[in-house]
Write a protein that binds this ligand. Structure first.
Ligand SMILES: [Zn+2]
Length: 53
């Protein structure tokens, strides 16, 4: 069950939630961030996890 507002929001403005880059080629996905931002976030989380004592 998908909220209709979210559905239309994804349709109209499919751009990265982090950097604002348009992701027209990822319209079929439910990602809210572009690949570079996801990679960056993943790397940050990875480094954070492995560097915290
Ligand atoms: Zn981005």
């Amino acid at each position: 069950m998908t909220p209709i507002t979210t559905f239309f929001r994804n349709l109209e403005s499919k751009c990265c939630a982090a950097c604002g880059q348009v992701m027209s080629e990822q319209a079929e996905s439910y990602m809210t961030e572009c690949f570079s931002c996801q990679d960056l976030a993943t790397r940050d989380a990875y480094l954070y996890y492995h560097t915290k004592k």
